[in-house]
Design a binder for this molecule. Structure first.
Ligand code: ZN
Length: 431
């Protein structure tokens, strides 16, 4: 008898968590005994139709006056049923196992998509009984895509503990017809190659590969495995910032950003990124600026190149992030103050220029032009933050009296900030 579709279990994912909607949880109502509403740990319940066992946990935690509830409901594979069984029941379940294995194999060939996946998953779990990966590697070669997907997913979840021979068996999946399998194959194999010091080869393959799925998966691996060897290859990734595929561009810029953040800046990388700001494409500029925002050293050459992107809808956020970080590092971005001032006065999102001006004010000795650029913001959403910063500057003894006429001319109805500042600066004058 192959695995039959169960009317209850087909509606329940193998793992149900609190993040899933109430509709999905409704599907758990037929389980007996019903899942409790109070806290529970390892509560066992079962499907009245097919006998599948589920384990339910519910935890409530108070944090800062909020009650957090985390719940999960897991269907046990047959092998995990055996492993969790009391000694008295275990022998009976073990006796059933050979018949079950036959049923799963038949399920792969004859079952519905659900039965195929369920059968493959149960076969994979056999490894927990005898330590043999053979059922999983056999499934990797199955003619049924559902079986290969299930085996790939199983390996991905256990990627930290896979023997070399199992990884070798994953290699053919790189050319699987299914995108999911190709992606998993890269995610399992590329980290091993990076660990073996093959960063240059991984990047070469990435650049030569026309398959979007593998390219994106390789970039996802690189983002998580940035080290000196990957950083040394990062200049070769810069052309991907101009790739027509958006996920490729975004991920490539994230890899380069991580290299700038976590490794010594490779020679030649920054000029390549600056070149991308000279072009016409806002998407390319955004990708380059996102990467440059993680630069941990001053980059004075960038300032004149960034100005035009501060007013571009696509690239402005990345431009401000970059300039804010540069201001913190002490780069003098004063030449761009007119741009920031105009942006603060007109933009619907004043947060980016406001944050930048606050950062500049903190990091420069030449504060008067920065405060002058802040004045239009005293009538907007960031008025309080800006007023507090100006006030702190005055109170620290910095002479703001040259700004008094401009400060008096500011028209603002926000919280009385302007009269307060005027009074403060007038007091400075009388001192
Ligand atoms: Zn069931």
């Amino acid at each position: 008898m192959p695995v039959a579709d169960c009317r209850v279990c087909t509606r329940l994912p193998r793992t149900l968590t609190s993040s899933q909607g109430i509709d999905v949880w409704k599907a758990a109502e037929p389980l007996l005994p019903p899942v409790p509403r109070e806290e529970a740990s390892g509560f066992r319940t079962s499907c009245p139709l097919c006998g599948a066992i589920y384990v339910y946990d519910l935890r409530r935690e108070h944090e800062d006056g909020t009650l957090w509830t985390t719940a999960s409901l897991d269907r046990l594979s047959f092998v995990h049923r055996i492993l969790a069984a009391p000694p008295a029941e275990r022998a009976a379940l073990e006796a059933e196992l050979p018949g079950q294995i036959v049923a799963w194999r038949e399920g792969l060939d004859e079952g519905s998509a659900w039965a195929q996946a369920e059968s493959a998953w149960n076969l994979c779990c056999l490894v927990d009984l005898d330590g043999s990966w053979e059922p999983v590697t056999t499934l990797l070669r199955s003619r049924h895509v559902a079986a290969r997907v299930e085996a790939a997913q199983f390996l991905l979840a256990r990627r930290a503990q896979l023997p070399d021979a199992v990884l070798d068996a994953v290699v053919p999946l790189l050319d699987d017809v299914g995108a999911f399998c190709r992606s998993v194959a890269v995610k399992l194999l590329a980290p091993r190659r990076l660990a073996r010091g093959e960063a240059a080869q991984v990047v070469t393959e990435l650049l030569a590969d026309g398959d979007q799925t593998r390219r994106v998966a390789r970039l996802e691996v690189l983002v998580r495995h940035v080290d000196a060897a990957v950083a040394a290859e990062s200049p070769r990734l810069v052309p991907l910032l101009e790739h027509p595929d958006e996920p490729t561009r975004d991920l490539a810029s994230r890899v380069v950003a991580r290299c700038l953040k976590d490794a010594p800046t490779p020679p030649g990388l920054v000029p390549l990124l600056l070149d991308r700001l000279r072009g016409e494409s806002p998407d390319v500029a955004k990708a380059a600026l996102t990467a440059l925002s993680c630069l941990r050293e001053r980059c004075d050459d960038a300032v004149p190149l960034v100005a035009r992107w501060c007013t571009d809808a696509t690239a402005s956020f990345a431009a401000y992030s970059f300039l804010t970080e540069q201001a913190r590092l002490g780069t003098r971005v004063h030449a761009l103050l007119p741009v920031f001032e105009a942006r603060l006065a007109t933009t619907r999102d004043p947060a980016t220029p406001a944050k930048l001006l606050l950062r500049m004010l903190a990091s420069t000795d030449d504060k008067l032009p920065v405060i002058r650029a802040m004045l239009p913001g005293l009538d907007g959403a960031w008025a309080t933050s800006l007023a507090l910063a100006i006030r702190a500057t005055a109170e620290s003894g910095y002479d703001l009296t040259p700004l008094l006429p401009e400060l008096r001319a500011v028209r603002s109805n926000v919280m009385g900030h302007v009269p307060e500042l005027v009074a403060l600066v007038e007091k400075q004058r009388t001192r």
